[in-house]
Design a protein around this ligand. Structure first.
Ligand code: IPM
Ligand code: SF4
Length: 793
């Protein structure tokens, strides 16, 4: 008889299993999503709908919400969806704010924000707009409001969704196609991640914070170290950290290549959640039931790990980045490394390239590096605790005269308000800092806050990619106290020499007097609520009479692809490089081919092509395939604009040793095929054929790559479900729609076992539970044609 005893499981396994709606034999899983955060950049755009019949190729460019409208679909769980604007918005004073339209000067940014505003009204979603003091970076406001809860699944069209894993939730970034899928079905088609344990033990030294811990970890395991994994951070050092510090760590799991990061909930988690507006009411029976469940969420002692990493705190110093990848880190006491310090060729070349971009000479002491700008902000480090820690360093001192601009950008309106109530704004402004409104700001510079070419910045953000904070800009990543110290000294600096050393990460460490926490505010009445949400009174009701029947749209089929293949040999090509941020302001998915690899393809500030870039040479201008011999292609941001740009250029297939997980997923959603070839010699052989300018053939049905004469170059693996969808041009949403019964069953269990997860939006009291979707028996295009065989879940 099979034993009823479950094998030992990890925290991830436990939460994952509690969300499985349905599972297929090949390991494809339909996962229920408890919490969906939405922002303006990745929600308006919808994948192009392409009719499967090549003669009638019809491409319709729709917005995500527009796609729902056209298919007669609703947002299934408005009560589990929370939207805000953060990436595009100016961070200048909002004193004169009247409307978004008048406030945002830049046309494309304005359009993106206004499109979201229209959509949240039409679909009845909770929205924190520019005039709402709860507005802020999406990963700051979720936890702040108690929207993020332990044991939940959380998604957002944003890679740093990993932040929310600090609560013991499975929190993953998704692409725009998946955003639409979640809006329509409240589920995600996914697979199990591998389990990786990163155990950090010991005591953090003075001046060392959680940011140093995560930078150090990434330095050790590399930016592809966590590929395919959920990392659980554990160990005595992690246990002592505050929730804010844990969030900074989980936030950068994505820079470690992981799908998600998690920390088991404990008393610190529970204390943080007490009284948050969207958490169950303290001392209610729901709260007690929730706490009991939350405390069961930890890894069993004998749980099996796919990878284990052990870190001793005594090895962690205040850490800064020197290069253009988050793995390029070094203690502040070190010197700029040299290519000769690296053994393998790929790393030597990456170092050479990074030093050139960063304008650095090997051997220079890090503390001799002179700065131009300081940025304290971002979803990694713009919480109240970060600002308190930075203020302690800055108090009574002045920003160095060589610093052109030092900005503090709080993560949310409530962080800003709290900081002001503690007088932190005064400390910063007296020192010469600019005190701004909440938003993503110079973390990626989609708004006017950017670096000019050649400018060097000490930044508390999470990415130091080429051009990340502005074309030609140079970013050094570090903790808030280190950025504060750098502002005062004018160079990269060691905070331990400057401030009374303290560990900003330790629980209960703030030395500044804290007034009542304004994070707890909740609207008093429905009128208040409707005013602050900027919703017309009648919009807080009720499903319209629109049919919920969803016709599924098709995708272009992928069978055999023959064409020129462009060889590239760079490691860690991030999606910022594939398509820089200035091209993300579109509400369409088309026309992005000209922006592909923009900084590498064109001379700075002009349309003139760089002759040596492969895609500017014949016959590679006509490439249909890209062969990248460096690992971790498409790492970083979740922007689906990256596959859209490749596709629009004409590239439908990428061959590489490994990929960023979100990029890998996004390609399939667009009818593209990413192939993993992990044998380097085989890959080099394919790249050689590509380089010779001869065509290559990728045969998906037979999973074979051939040269132009039909000789086999390699076999490749592809998951059965994905292959089936590609060959038949199937659209995921249509497939999931046919699982309505399973979804309803899960929702009934959810209401029974985890009642606090229902109706958690502020508008819940007006709502009557999930919006029912009806099964579409056979997937169809939005013009009614059947696409491929229906696939049962
Ligand atoms: C715009 C968004 C897709 C992106 C992300 O996913 O990370 C952004 O937040 C970033 O940090 O680059
Ligand atoms: S990484 Fe930067 S741009 Fe991306 S969500 Fe966080 S703050 Fe915003």
């Amino acid at each position: 008889m099979p034993s009823a005893v479950k094998p030992p499981r990890t925290l991830y396994d436990k939460v994952f299993e509690d969300h499985i709606v349905d599972e297929k034999d090949d390991g494809t899983i339909l996962l229920y999503i408890d919490r969906h955060l939405v922002h303006e950049v990745t929600s308006p755009v919808r994948m192009s709908r392409v009719a499967p019949n090549p003669i009638m190729m019809l491409t319709i460019h729709q917005q995500a919400f527009e796609g729902l409208r056209n298919a007669g679909r609703k947002v299934r769980r408005p009560d589990c969806t929370l939207a805000t604007v953060d990436h595009n918005i100016p961070t200048v004073s909002r004193k004169n704010l009247t409307t978004t339209e008048k406030f945002i000067d830049e046309v494309d940014s304005r359009t993106q924000c206004m499109t979201l505003e229209d959509n949240v009204k039409a679909f009845d979603l909770t929205y924190f707009g520019l005039d709402d003091k709860r507005q802020g970076i999406v990963h700051i406001i979720g936890p702040e409001q108690g929207f993020t809860l332990p044991g939940t699944t959380v998604v957002c069209g944003d890679s740093h969704t990993s932040t929310h894993g600090a609560f013991g939730s499975i929190a993953q970034g998704i692409g725009t196609s998946e955003v639409e899928h979640v809006l329509a079905t409240q589920t995600l088609i996914t697979r199990r991640n591998k389990n990786m344990k990163v155990q950090v033990d010991g005591e953090l030294a003075p001046g060392v914070s959680s940011k140093d811990v995560i930078l150090h970890i990434i330095g050790v395991i590399g930016t592809a170290g966590g590929t395919g994994c959920t990392i659980e951070f554990c160990g005595s050092a992690i246990r002592t950290l505050s929730m804010e510090a844990r969030m900074s760590i989980c936030n950068m799991s994505i820079e470690a290549g992981a799908r998600a990061g998690m920390i088991a909930p404990d008393q610190t988690t529970i204390d943080y959640l007490k009284g948050r507006p969207l958490a169950p009411k303290e001392d209610s029976s729901e709260w007690k039931k929730a706490v009991k469940y939350w405390l069961t969420l930890n890894s069993d002692p004998d749980a099996k790990w796919d990878h284990e990493v052990y870190i001793d705190c005594k090895d962690i110093a205040p850490t800064v980045s020197w290069g253009t990848s988050p793995q390029d880190v070094i203690p502040i006491t070190g010197n700029v490394p040299s290519p000769d310090d690296f053994q393998d060729e790929v790393k030597k070349n990456a170092c050479k390239r990074a030093l050139e971009y960063m304008g650095l000479t090997a051997g220079t002491p890090m503390q001799d590096i002179v700065l131009d700008k300081i940025f304290i902000g971002s979803c990694t480090n713009a919480r109240i605790e970060d600002l308190r820690a930075a203020a302690r360093v800055v108090e009574g001192k002045k920003v160095a005269s060589n610093i052109k601009h030092a900005m503090i950008v709080p993560g949310s309106g409530l962080v800003k308000k709290q900081a002001e109530s503690e007088g932190l704004d005064k400390i910063f402004t007296s020192a010469g800092f600019d005190w701004r409104e909440a938003g993503c700001s110079m973390c990626l510079g989609m708004n006017p806050d950017i670096l000019s070419p050649g400018e060097r910045c000490a930044s508390t953000s999470n990415r130091n990619f080429e051009g990340r904070q502005g074309a030609g800009g140079r970013t050094h990543l570090m903790s808030p106290v280190m950025a504060a110290a750098a502002a005062i000294v004018g160079n990269l600096a060691d905070v331990r020499k400057l401030a009374p050393p303290s560990t900003s990460a330790a629980k209960g460490s703030p030395k500044i007097e804290v007034q009542a926490d304004v994070h707890m505010e909740e609207p008093n009445s429905d009128d208040d609520l409707e005013n602050s949400l900027d919703l017309p009174a009648d919009s807080v009701s009720h499903p319209s009479s629109t049919s919920t029947q969803g016709a599924s749209a098709g995708m272009p089929k992928f069978e055999t692809l023959r064409g020129y293949a462009a060889p590239i040999s760079i490691a860690n090509i991030d999606t910022d490089a594939i398509i820089p941020k200035q091209f993300l302001k579109t509400i369409k998915r088309s026309g992005l081919g000209s922006a592909l690899f923009h900084a590498w393809r064109y001379e700075a500030g002009s349309d003139a092509e760089k002759k040596d870039f492969i895609l500017n040479q014949e016959p590679f201008r006509q490439s249909k395939i890209l062969v990248c011999t460096g690992p971790n292609f498409g790492c970083g941001s979740s922007r689906e604009h990256a596959p859209w740009a490749l596709l629009d250029f004409g590239i439908k297939c990428v061959i590489a040793p490994s990929y960023g997980d979100i990029f890998f997923n996004n390609t399939f959603k667009n009818g593209m095929l990413p192939i993993r070839i992990d044998d380097q010699a085989t890959l080099e052989k394919i790249a050689e054929v590509a380089k010779s300018g001869k065509e290559i053939e990728v045969d998906l049905p037979n999973q074979t790559i051939r040269d132009a004469d039909g000789n086999e170059l390699s076999k490749f693996d592809v998951e059965e479900f994905r292959k089936h969808c590609l060959i038949n041009g199937l659209d995921d949403i249509g497939l999931t729609m046919s699982s309505e019964e399973h979804i309803q069953k899960h929702e009934a269990r959810r209401t029974r076992e985890w009642p606090w997860l229902d109706g958690s939006g502020y508008l819940a009291r007006h709502r009557k539970g999930p919006v029912k979707i009806e099964a579409a028996a056979v997937p169809k295009t939005n013009r009614g044609e059947v696409v491929g065989e229906p696939l049962e879940w």
